[in-house]
Ligand binder design. Structure first.
Ligand code: ADP
Ligand code: MG
Ligand code: MG
Ligand code: MG
Ligand code: MG
Ligand code: MG
Length: 702
C-alpha cells in the first residue's frame, strides 16, 4: 500500500469536492517529474521483491487457526529490532524492511536495499526472503507464525476467525455481514478507503465466486452462513435482494480482497523507453504467471471453483457507480468504465515500432482535458493516454492537512491518490523527485507461494525473463483483449494444466525487420548481436532494437500472430518455431559468466517452474484442494471446517519449517522421501498422497 500519512481523512461527500483539484495538481506534479527525468539514462539494474504474510495464531486446545490482529505491535517491535540487528544479518542480506498492509493480520517485507544485477545477488534472493521470515517469526508470540498464504481459508466465517474475537456488527467502515471493523489496519487511510469505496459506489462491493460443487454440496447452494435477515446497516438487505447469488460464495467487503497476500517484483530500467518496453513485454506474462502460481482455492470456509485471488481483489475495491458500470445512463458521472480500479492493464505504452496500434483493442476511457494537457506539454499519444486513463478515477482518501500541495512534490500523484489506488497487473513507476531512483516497472500478478524456495524461484524466473525480453528484443505482443481473456482463464480451477492461453507465435518478429521476414526463420538465434564475451552481471542497458527499413509494413494480420498454447508449450516451447520462455532464459544465461555451482542453483529454481508448467508438480491451489478433499473431516460438501483449516495451516508451517539450509545452501525437507513415515507431519496431514504432489516433492528431489 502507499506511504502512510497521518492526518484527518475526509468522508466521501467532502473528499469528492477536491477530486479535480487533486487531479490538476497530480498532473502538474507528473509533468514536473517528466521534465526533469524524461531524459534520465543509464540506470543500472536494481530490483526487489515484496512478500506479504499473514500472522496465524494457533489455538491447539480448540484446534483453531486464527488471524492474529497484532500487526501494530508486531511492526513496532520489528522496527525497533531492525534498527539494531546489522551485526546479526547474514553477509549477503541487507537489513530487511517491514511494512504495514491492509489487513491487521498482515505484514509485508522487502529487502533492505534492492538487489543489483550481480549473480551473487540473484542467488541471495531465497536467503534474503528466509531471513526476513525468520526475523518475523522470531518476534511473534510462541503460538503465532507468519505464513505466505494467499487467502485465509476461513476469513469471514461465523464464529471466531480472528484473535481476539470481534463481532462483525461493528463494521462501521465496510458494513460487512462477515468482517469486523478490527480486521482492517487502524491507520486512517484504510478505514477511510473502505468506507469511501462503499459510499462512492452507492452500495457494498459484491463478489460472487462459483462454489466447487462436490458430491454432497446442496443444490442449489443457498449459503446458510449468510445472516440474510440482519438489520444493522442499510446495506444489510443487499444480500437477499440479489447481491448474493445461489451456487456462489458471496463476499461483501474490501478486506476479502485486500486481505490477500501476493508476491510482487519491481525492476529499475535503463531509461524511460526501456521501462515502457519492459512494461509491455511483461503484460502478456501477467496471466501466465498468475495461473502458474495459483494459490487461493478457499474462500469464507468453502472450496471455490476458482484458484486465484485476482477477481476477488478487483471486486473488493470496485468503487464504480451504477452509471460507471453501465447499469444506468450517465448523468452524474463522466465515463462508463469497463473495469475496477484494481484490474489488468488496459494499454500497451511502448513507443517501439513493433507495438502495433491494433494491439490496444480494449475500450479505454480517458480524461480528454488531461490528455490534451499532456500532449500540449510534448508527451506522446500512448503515455498521455496511460496517464489520462489512470486519472479517470477519483482520489478516494484526502487528508484535510494535505490539500494544498507544492507541485514539485509527488504527494498527490505518486503517493497519495491516483497511482497508488490504481492497482493493475503491471505498474509503471516514475522516479520520485530528488532521489537516485530511476524509472521502474512493477510486476504484480503473482500469488504468494507457501515456501521461500518457491517465491525465490518465481522472482528469479521473472528477473531473468525481463533480461531476455530486453537483450533479445523479444516481441510478446498480442491484442490486449486476449491478455484479458487469459486473465479470466488463469483463475479457473486447474487452469495451468487444463486451459490454453493466447500467446504470440513468432516472438522474434521484427528483430530482423530489414529482411522483412515475419517468420521465425528470420531470427535463427536470439543471441545474434549479443556480445561474444560473457558478462559478469545482468545488465540493464542494451543496444536499441534494429529499426525497420523504409516502407516496412507488418505483413501478417494481427489475428495470425497468436494462437492458443498450453502452459507447457509457453514455458518449455513448441516444436522448432516457438522456443518457450525457459529456453529463452537459458539462452540469456548463456551470455553470462556463471560458475557451474551457481548455475546449478539457478537451474533448480527454473526446474520448479518447468515442472509446474508441465504438470509434474501441482500448483499450491491444487495442493490445498487435495489436502482438503482428502482430510478425514471433509464431508464432500465443499465446507472447509475449523479442524481442516487448522491442520492445513499446521501442515503449511511444518513444510516451510522443515526446509532447512545445509552447508551447501541446499534446501531439504526433514521427512524421509520414500519411507512413508510422516515424521513431524503425522498429526496434521491426512495422507501422504495429500502431501506428496505439492511443494514437498520439489524440495525432496532437489
Ligand atoms: P510498493 O509497495 O510501492 O510497490 P515497496 O517499497 O513495498 O513498493 O517495494 C519496492 C521494491 O522495489 C522493493 O523490493 C525494493 O527493494 C525495490 N526497489 C527499491 N529501489 C529500487 C530501485 N531503484 N529500482 C528497483 N527496485 C527498487
Ligand atoms: Mg503489499
Ligand atoms: Mg507499498
Ligand atoms: Mg510494498
Ligand atoms: Mg496485498
Ligand atoms: Mg508493490
Amino acid at each position: 500500500m502507499g506511504l502512510l500519512y497521518l492526518g484527518t481523512p475526509l468522508v466521501w461527500e467532502e473528499a469528492k469536492k477536491y477530486a479535480d483539484h487533486v487531479r490538476n495538481h497530480g498532473i502538474a506534479q507528473f509533468l514536473h517529474i517528466w521534465d526533469r527525468l524524461k531524459d534520465r539514462q543509464g540506470d543500472e539494474l536494481l530490483w526487489g521483491d515484496e512478500v506479504e504474510y499473514m500472522v496465524i495464531s494457533f489455538d491447539d486446545k480448540e484446534k483453531n487457526a486464527k488471524l492474529s490482529l497484532r500487526q501494530t505491535e508486531i511492526l513496532a517491535k520489528l522496527a525497533a529490532i531492525v534498527d539494531d540487528i546489522g551485526a546479526d544479518c547474514p553477509d549477503n542480506v541487507s537489513v530487511p524492511k517491514f511494512h504495514p498492509e491492509y489487513g491487521r493480520f498482515m505484514l509485508e517485507s522487502t529487502p533492505g536495499s534492492p538487489y543489483t544485477g550481480s549473480i551473487p545477488d540473484l542467488l541471495s534472493v531465497e536467503s534474503n526472503m528466509r531471513y526476513r521470515r525468520t526475523l518475523a517469526r522470531r518476534h511473534l508470540n510462541p503460538n503465532e507464525i507468519p505464513v505466505t498464504f494467499t487467502s485465509f481459508p476461513r476469513l469471514g466465517v461465523p464464529g471466531q476467525f480472528t484473535e481476539p474475537y470481534f463481532n462483525p456488527f461493528d463494521a462501521v467502515s465496510s458494513h460487512s455481514l462477515f468482517l469486523p471493523e478490527e480486521i482492517t489496519n487502524p491507520h486512517a487511510r484504510f478505514p477511510t478507503l473502505t468506507a469511501n469505496i462503499r459510499r462512492r459506489r452507492g452500495s457494498k462491493v459484491a463478489i460472487n465466486l462459483p462454489i466447487y460443487i462436490d458430491e454432497k454440496t446442496p443444490r442449489p447452494f443457498i449459503d446458510p452462513t449468510i445472516p440474510w435477515d440482519r438489520d444493522i446497516y442499510q446495506e444489510d438487505s443487499e444480500a437477499k435482494l440479489g447481491a448474493a447469488l445461489p451456487d456462489h460464495i458471496y463476499l461483501d467487503a474490501m478486506g476479502f480482497g485486500m486481505g490477500c497476500s501476493c508476491l510482487q517484483l519491481t525492476f529499475q530500467a535503463c531509461n524511460v523507453g526501456d521501462a515502457r518496453r519492459m512494461y509491455d513485454g511483461l503484460i502478456p506474462i501477467g496471466p501466465i504467471l498468475l495461473a502458474l502460481t495459483a494459490a487461493s482455492p478457499i474462500w469464507r470456509g468453502y472450496l471455490a471453483d476458482v484458484d486465484c485471488r485476482w477477481n476477488v481483489i478487483a471486486g473488493s475495491v470496485d468503487d464504480r457507480t451504477e452509471e460507471e458500470r453501465g447499469l444506468k445512463p450517465l448523468k452524474e458521472n463522466k465515463f462508463v468504465i469497463p473495469k475496477s480500479r484494481y484490474d489488468s492493464v488496459d494499454l500497451y505504452i511502448s513507443d517501439d515500432w513493433i507495438n502495433r496500434p491494433e494491439y490496444n483493442d480494449n475500450p479505454l476511457p480517458y480524461d480528454e482535458a488531461i490528455y490534451d494537457r499532456l500532449r500540449n506539454h510534448g508527451l506522446d499519444d500512448l503515455l498521455s493516454k496511460h496517464i489520462s486513463h489512470l486519472f479517470i478515477r477519483d482520489p478516494l482518501v484526502i487528508f484535510s492537512e494535505t490539500i494544498d500541495q507544492d507541485d514539485s512534490s509527488t504527494y498527490f500523484f505518486v503517493t497519495q491518490n491516483i497511482q497508488s489506488t490504481n492497482w493493475q497487473t503491471l505498474r509503471f513507476k516514475p522516479p520520485p523527485p530528488n532521489s537516485p531512483i530511476g524509472w521502474r516497472v512493477e510486476f504484480r500478478s503473482m500469488e504468494v507461494q507457501m515456501t521461500d524456495f518457491e517465491n525465490a524461484a518465481f522472482a528469479v524466473f521473472v528477473v531473468l525473463l525481463s533480461r531476455a525480453i530486453l537483450a533479445f528484443h523479444l516481441n510478446f505482443y498480442i491484442p490486449i483483449s486476449k491478455v484479458d481473456e487469459n486473465m479470466g482463464r488463469a483463475q479457473l480451477r486447474d487452469a495451468s494444466v487444463s486451459n490454453k492461453f493466447y500467446f504470440r507465435k513468432d516472438i522474434y518478429t521484427n528483430t530482423s525487420a530489414t529482411s522483412s521476414t515475419t517468420s521465425s526463420s528470420g531470427a535463427s538465434s536470439p543471441v545474434d548481436g549479443m556480445p561474444k564475451k560473457k558478462e559478469k552481471k545482468m545488465r540493464n542497458c542494451f543496444p536499441p532494437r534494429p529499426q525497420p527499413e523504409n516502407g516496412f509494413t507488418h505483413r501478417v494480420p494481427v489475428e495470425e500472430e497468436y494462437e492458443e498454447m498450453t502452459m507447457n508449450e509457453i514455458i518449455n516451447g513448441k516444436g522448432v518455431d516457438f522456443p518457450g520462455l525457459l529456453p529463452l532464459i537459458n539462452a540469456y544465461l548463456d551470455t553470462l559468466d556463471i560458475e557451474p555451482r551457481d548455475m546449478a542453483k539457478i537451474q533448480r529454481y527454473l526446474d520448479l517452474v518447468r515442472r509446474r508448467s508441465d504438470g509434474r508438480l501441482v500448483t499450491p491451489a491444487t495442493w490445498i484442494r487435495n489436502f482438503v478433499t482428502s482430510h478425514p473431516d471433509y464431508k464432500k460438501d465443499s465446507v472447509v471446517s475449523q479442524i481442516i483449516n487448522y491442520d492445513l495451516l499446521m501442515a503449511v508451517d511444518e513444510i516451510e519449517r522443515g526446509t532447512v539450509f545445509n552447508s551447501q545452501d541446499v534446501v531439504q525437507v526433514n521427512i524421509p522421501a520414500e519411507s512413508g513415515d510422516m515424521g513431524i507431519l503425522s498429526n496434521h496431514v491426512p495422507s501422504i498422497e495429500a502431501l506428496r504432489p505439492g511443494v514437498v516433492e520439489i524440495i525432496e528431489s532437489s
